[in-house]
Write a protein that binds this ligand. Structure first.
Ligand code: SF4
Length: 391
């Protein structure tokens, strides 16, 4: 599809992320859900964006109230769909869903090593909204909007800043750059969350990429199956698959509580429409940094036909130190998961090195010694076994 044929940015009268006076988002006290609950635009339009709305959804602690005030006053934006808010425990500030979406006063704290742009994306921008950190792939930032603004977001410097979805015309230099670089085989369409764009916008973008012969596949990076599963309609799955024959979906479940009937339907729809789904989990302190939680999450994902792909050490984004774990914690967890989970349920532990120098896989040290063609390995049971190389 040419850019001239592209549909307008927001095809409905009401922009999807313009909040209106939101009703109480969850069924506390027996309140019934709005009949439009399953409509993703209703969810988007009724996202929690004000302190008053948040106070109605959860019993805020002083630190959350302060965090929300700061977010609204100009920090990382706050937006929580009624659906995602309904997963929050209104009375427990340690609820793993609540900790991912409700701002806290600690976001104002900066510690040594914190970075505004931890992956050096601005330094690796090769065209407007196009980042290249590896020779064969690029990252296309299609929008700054998300259904929910995650408090650990690597792109907190730019998400929710009001820019909205990029038009195909605005992205034209990025497409031209990709066209001129035949070594690029993989385009990750991210943002923000591209799935909060209109279906017409997503299709136009994917069709534009499908017209570039050396782009072998594209990846849509989205948290919609987690935070706005209503968006994953049969219609949009079909449209994505038709627009690009090799489109993959990269999603982002962090806790088994997120595997709800709605999100499982969303995952099933993607898989049923021929869209492979991979999951990146961010290791988050107090949210999922224990082996039982991760085991339950990864098994649940495989059951939903979603491949746990990466377990990511959290990037040192400024204002997120309260959610980060030490590097060693991830390695200890992988040691406990190895052998406990089958290979298809076990992700790679990855640290994305600060400054955008690339991802490094980490894992338990399983090589005990090496001598003259004999390597001693430690198994998941702790047994030492020699592996002898051929002469
Ligand atoms: S959905 Fe992704 S881009 Fe948006 S706030 Fe969450 S982590 Fe950041």
């Amino acid at each position: 599809m040419s850019s001239a044929a592209a549909p307008p940015f927001t095809p409905t009268a009401a922009p999807p992320f313009t909040p209106t006076a939101a009703p109480r988002p969850r069924s506390r006290g027996g309140q019934r859900r709005d009949p439009r609950w399953s409509d993703w635009r209703w969810q988007a339009q009724h996202a929690i964006t004000t302190l008053e709305q948040l106070e109605q959804a959860v019993a805020l602690t002083p630190t959350e109230r302060e965090g929300a005030r700061r977010a609204i006053a100009g920090g990382l934006a706050m937006s929580i769909t009624p659906y995602y808010a309904s997963l929050c425990d209104p009375d427990d500030p340690r609820c793993p869903i609540r900790m991912q979406c409700v701002p806290r006063a600690e976001e104002a704290i900066e510690v040594p090593g914190d970075l505004r742009d931890p992956l050096g994306e601005e330094a690796h921008e090769v065209a407007p909204s196009l980042v290249q950190r590896y020779p064969d792939r690029v990252l296309l930032l299609a929008t700054d909007r998300c259904a929910v603004y995650c408090r650990f977001c690597t792109r907190s410097r730019m998400v929710g800043d009001g820019g909205g979805a990029q038009s195909l015309r605005a992205l034209a230099p990025a497409f031209d750059w990709i066209e001129a670089h035949a070594e690029v085989h993989d385009v990750i369409v991210s943002g923000g969350d591209p799935m909060v764009m209109s279906t017409g916008r997503i299709v136009a973008l994917l069709e534009r990429l499908a017209a570039i012969p050396h782009v072998d596949y594209v990846r849509l990076a989205t948290r919609a199956p987690v935070t706005l599963p209503q968006r994953v309609t049969n219609e949009v799955c079909d449209a994505i698959h038709r627009a690009h024959p090799a489109a993959w979906v990269m999603t982002h479940f962090n806790h088994p509580k997120e595997l709800t009937p709605e999100s499982l339907i969303a995952c099933a729809r993607l898989a049923d429409h021929g869209l492979p789904v991979m999951n990146q989990t961010v290791l988050l302190r107090g949210i999922n940094d224990d082996a039982d939680t991760l085991t339950s999450l990864f098994r649940g994902l495989v059951r939903a036909r979603v491949r746990p792909y990466y377990l990511l050490q959290m990037d040192p984004v400024r204002g997120t130190s309260h959610l980060r774990t030490p590097l060693r914690r991830g390695i200890e967890l992988m040691e406990r998961l190895q052998g406990r989970l089958s290979g298809i349920a076990l992700p790679k532990l990855i640290v994305d090195t600060p400054g955008g120098r690339g991802k490094v896989p980490l894992g338990p040290d399983t090589i005990v010694s090496e001598r003259a063609g004999v390597t001693t390995l430690r198994t998941f049971r702790g047994e030492l076994v020699d592996y002898v190389d051929p002469p």
